[in-house]
Design a protein around this ligand. Structure first.
Ligand code: MN
Length: 731
């Protein structure tokens, strides 16, 4: 951890900047500081300290990552648009468009709320990722912001601590890892760990301090010995011994089901030298001095991780048979390990004056570019998110060509991914694969170290559509899609037009009434097609469903065909058996119809105040769903069965609703929940409580309320209960 934990001042920030870059614009940074200082003047942090402490600390974290002046200014100003009366225009006038864009990006990321719901979470990742594609410095500011908030988390409520810690562990630490910024990743993880598992955290901290002296003495002997031999070889070096970070120790204990006492490499030695050649010389020397442990040698210099990390790791057996880990790297690699993607900007700025032999290859950011490329080609956000998740959060597998070239693929990749990673033509012409010399199915998941040989043929018809479902890498997906796009364009246009016309016929609206030129234009814009042929081809090829196009057209159609629709629907309703039609008694009015059977859908339990839609069932009247109900959304292609419904206010009717309460488990939790509901005169019709994760309890309650307003008040009150951190209505 490179930053000190105490509060820093703006002078500290400027000194750090000057140290890394003599030409840093102190005047601009001071101006940003003063601007932020005045804007936040009246505000206090939860700790009671003046608010300005927060942006200054965030700026210091980024200054230590050697980021440029604009990023530092944006960091100082990152909360002003959101939290004060300052506007975007004010900032733009004072600090220019680049700083403003960065602050804008950070402000937009703020509106992302963390949730356990997979779908919403995906949307959040998507936004973050898009922000990152535009300018990764936005994410760096966000990470620094989160780090300082985590450092000062002891001032907020317990519920908020857990929520923030979980979010940090789930999103921000993996993101820092993927961007290769280990200095941030470690500290974020350890801080989150402390709040999520306080007991385990303390146990490790205490355990480490107990044996500290003993271990330091052990490492001293070893480092002295290594130093002596390196000096004899006239290598210039620095040697550091350091504790492993706490969360990684904890993970190891979990994984190996063991206690702290059986983890040997609690401390590691790091040797930093000037050249790659020296790295291998050091490796030779330490392997000469101590016996290496087999299977514990990793050469990330020859095979860098995709996030740019390079180092040699080896575990050796010390005196009395106690193993210890040694990491060997150059100063340039050290920088990249600490700064990750941030080094990219740091060098762009500093290269002009500092001569450096580090080349942060554009290629190292290839994963980012390729996933963005894929995003351009797919209209389906779910598919895109799946790809992103794979690229961003899953591990990698390292495989070799027969000539010994390395390819880094997402974990679970198959020979088809490998083929496309070599060259698009190899992929298109692939007919089989040999793994480690044996013919194997082309869908075999690859493992680290596999040597893969792709068999091609000039007479193959090309890739199969099924491949799109089984490949893991964005590269392969994009290239396969492009192949189909090109090869099949004409065919797809015909097929797509047929599919669309068939569907229009099925819903019974004359084609010329639905395919109005101006509506088509709206659809093209909405889904980013240049021409109607592009749209047909996309339908034919399966990148977008007919349902999506039709529902967009129907939305326009309904604006002018309301009356006709209702008449048709009344007719449909009249065909229902007479004895099943009764007056509505659940507060619903079906527009244009006095008397028909109305039921509230059990899947989404709508309440007065919810936006609702009616669906004409086959012979069972109208069922009423919430407009955001997933079931009703699946019925989208049956637009003709939808009917307008609305609430009439009647507070004597009560409605069922299911809610979920997430809380840190504790004695008396359930009785507090029940008591709160009793106080509010809410009828409780069912309770189910269980512990879902370590110390996290999920309580599901069934209630009766009169309307949405009452429900929202109740949810708000439940959120106030001690240790509760999330209350939500079940979808
Ligand atoms: Mn902030």
């Amino acid at each position: 951890m490179t930053e000190s934990k105490k509060n820093v001042t703006i002078e500290d920030v400027i000194n750090i900047m000057k140290k890394h870059n003599r030409k840093s614009n102190t005047k601009k940074i001071l101006k940003a500081y003063e601007f932020a200082y005045n804007a936040h003047k009246e505000q206090k942090r939860e700790s009671g300290e003046p608010y300005i402490i927060h942006p200054v600390n965030v700026a210091a974290i980024l200054a230590n990552l050697e980021l440029d002046d604009d990023t530092i200014c944006a960091a100082l100003l990152h909360d002003v648009i959101e939290d004060t009366s300052v506007t975007r225009e004010d900032i733009s006038k004072e600090f220019g468009e680049e700083v403003t864009e960065l602050i804008d990006g950070v402000t937009k990321l703020k509106s992302l709320t963390y949730t356990d719901k997979e779908e919403q979470q995906m949307e959040n990742y998507r936004k973050m990722f898009l922000a990152m594609g535009k300018d990764a410095r936005v994410i760096l500011i966000k990470l620094a912001d989160r780090l300082h908030n985590m450092r000062t988390l002891n001032y907020v409520t317990e519920g908020k601590q857990i929520r923030k810690a979980k979010e940090t562990m789930d999103i921000y630490a993996p993101l820092a890892n993927r961007l290769g910024i280990y200095s941030l990743k470690w500290e974020l993880e350890d801080l989150a760990f402390r709040y999520l598992y306080p007991e385990e955290y303390m146990k490790i901290v205490e355990g480490l301090s107990e044996k500290r002296q003993e271990r330091l003495a052990f490492l001293d002997v070893i480092t002295d010995n290594i130093k002596k031999h390196l000096k004899a070889q006239r290598i210039s070096f620095e040697i550091q011994s350091r504790a492993k970070h706490l969360y990684s120790i904890y993970r190891k204990m979990q994984r190996d089901h063991c206690g702290l006492e059986s983890i040997y490499d609690l401390f590691a030695i790091r040797v930093i030298v000037n050249t790659v050649k020296d790295c291998y010389t050091v490796l030779g020397i330490v392997h000469d001095l101590y016996t290496p442990m087999s299977g514990r040698f990793k050469d990330y210099i020859a095979v860098p991780k995709a996030n740019m990390y390079q180092s040699i790791h080896t575990t050796l057996i010390g005196t009395k048979g106690v193993p210890f880990e040694v990491q060997i790297r150059t100063w340039d690699m050290h920088r990249i390990a600490e700064f990750g993607i941030a080094a990219h900007w740091a060098y762009k700025e500093a290269n002009k004056e500092k001569k450096s032999n580090v080349i942060v290859k554009e290629d190292k950011l290839a994963w980012l570019r390729e996933t963005l490329e894929w995003q351009k080609d797919t209209q389906d956000p779910e598919e895109f998110m799946k790809a992103l998740k794979t690229e961003l959060f899953e591990d990698e597998v390292y495989v070799f060509t027969p000539r010994g070239d390395i390819k880094v693929l997402p974990k679970g990749a198959i020979p088809i991914d490998f083929a496309y990673a070599i060259h698009e033509q190899i992929g298109h012409k692939m007919v089989g694969a040999k793994i480690n010399g044996k013919m194997r199915p082309i869908i075999t998941p690859l493992e680290n170290g596999d040597i893969v040989e792709i068999i091609t043929s000039d007479t193959t018809k090309g890739p199969s559509r099924d491949w799109l479902k089984i490949v893991k890498s964005s590269t392969a997906k994009t290239r396969i899609q492009q192949w189909f796009k090109k090869a099949d364009r004409e065919k797809n246009i015909v097929k797509g037009r047929e599919l669309l016309e068939k569907e229009i016929k099925r819903i019974g609206i004359p084609q010329e009434d639905l395919m109005k030129a101006e509506w088509i234009q709206l659809v093209l814009q909405r889904y980013k097609f240049d021409t109607i042929e592009d749209m047909y081809s996309s339908i034919g090829f399966g990148a977008i469903t007919v349902g999506k196009i039709i529902s967009r057209l129907l939305a326009e159609y309904r604006k002018i065909h309301k009356e006709v629709d209702i008449e048709e629907k009344i007719e449909a309703l009249n065909k229902m058996p007479k004895n099943k039609i009764s007056s509505t008694n659940n507060g619903i009015i079906v527009k244009g119809i006095d008397n028909c059977l109305v039921k509230l859908a059990k899947c989404c339990n709508p309440l007065p105040g919810d936006e609702i839609v009616g669906y004409i069932t086959k012979g069972r009247g109208v069922s009423v769903h919430r407009a955001d109900c997933t079931n009703i959304n699946e019925l989208i292609s049956e637009e003709s069965r939808l009917i307008d419904v609305e609430w009439y206010q009647n507070d004597s009717i009560s409605y069922n609703v299911d809610i979920e309460i997430y809380a840190t488990d504790r004695r008396g939790l359930l009785s507090d929940i029940v008591k709160e509901l009793g106080n509010r005169n809410i009828k409780l019709t069912g309770v189910n409580s269980k512990v879902i994760k370590k110390e996290i309890a999920l309580t599901e309650v069934k209630l009766e309320v009169n309307n949405l307003e009452e429900l929202n008040k109740t949810i708000k009150a439940l959120r106030e209960i001690e240790s509760v951190y999330e209350v939500s209505r079940k979808k």
